[in-house]
Design a binder for this molecule. Sequence first.
Ligand code: CTP
Length: 406
Amino acid sequence: MSRIVLGVSGGIAAYKACEILRRLREDGHDVTVVPTENALRFVGETTFAALSGKPVATDVFTGADAIPHVRLGREADLVLVAPATADLIARQAAGRADDLLTNVLLTATCPVLVCPAMHTEMWLHPATTQNVATLRSRGIVVLDPASGRLAGADNGIGRLPEPAEIVGIAEALLEGDISTRAAERDLTGLSVVVSAGGTHEAIDPVRFIGNASSGRMGVEIARAAVLRGARVTLVAAHVDVPWPSSVDVRTVASTADLATAMTETAASADIIVMAAAVADFTPIAPSGEKLKKSGGDGMSLELIQTTDVLAGLTRARRAGQTIVGFAAETIADETALVAAGRAKLSRKGADLLVVNDVSDHKVFGMSDTTVMIVDTAGACGRVAASKAVVAHRILDAVVNHRAMAN
Ligand code: CTP
């Protein structure tokens, strides 16, 4: 159980803090809500108290005998501010301590995640830009707001990302040591293309050959890359999990569609990650009509091998491009698994290969995984964690590889 301080400041998105709080509590965390005075104009103290199971204070004088302004920040495993208004961010950047929340922010030594939400003009104002840069330079993870409907009739950048997205990032920060690189935004200016999910190869208009991939690993890599400042395109084959709203998405069905989308998007990408589970075979002549039982004992389907998308991308590689492949193997022995990974890495011509053992339903659809990250120099790193944290470790390997290559 982690101790989280949920700071809420006074914007219309304060109502979404209730959903964030509910999700964190359902996941077993101990959450203390610290709203600003203005947040309580949007959501009542009773709501926060009932949902968190704890009393709620906004100032440093309530229950002063327990020294809440120091204790809360010191004891927290994570401070999450959602929504963070332009005013809260300005006060935090200036180091003010004029209410309980800003006191907590000054005393916290744990990771701090700030989720801004405000009108577009306020987000784009140089004052806010500078304040956000100040926070990031201090190791604070500041999300970029999403685009969409704002208060009133306005539309644009400034929306609070969805509660599920925020909770996913908060839990990754609690689990893995990822806040430094997320605050540095070490992928700023880079374009990342990630494929995810399983392809479907049509047999007839209603049947297909598919696989058990949920797309979760690829989606987590896309999410991690966004957090680290990259522009991200997700080429989504059949994906069963929600993806972040700030990625460009191209949905595809078959391996042939995936090959086209990857070739087009990869042309301008700096980093390409082929996390999709691609069918190796496709029906040679899919039927245009639904196949009928023929009255015989069975049927046979003639298949032809698909094109190897990853190998095609590595052949067309531009200078400065880093290409990451995956390998799904059913080899339980780790030494043999890594050996198979090394052979596949050189066969495919990728820079890095993420190898995992997918036997016994250990990987597809699961939130945790164990992978070996193999590189062309022969090094191999083992990571066992949630897919959200594994995604960051894969990006760490990409960043290291690019630093060595330059
Ligand atoms: N891949 C691809 N195109 C294919 C098959 C696979 O781009 N037609 C990619 C996958 O996205 C993955 C990597 O190649 O990044 C390895 O996939 P995997 O299924 O492990 O290997 P295969 O090439 O299919 O080799 P094999 O099944 O024979 O082990």
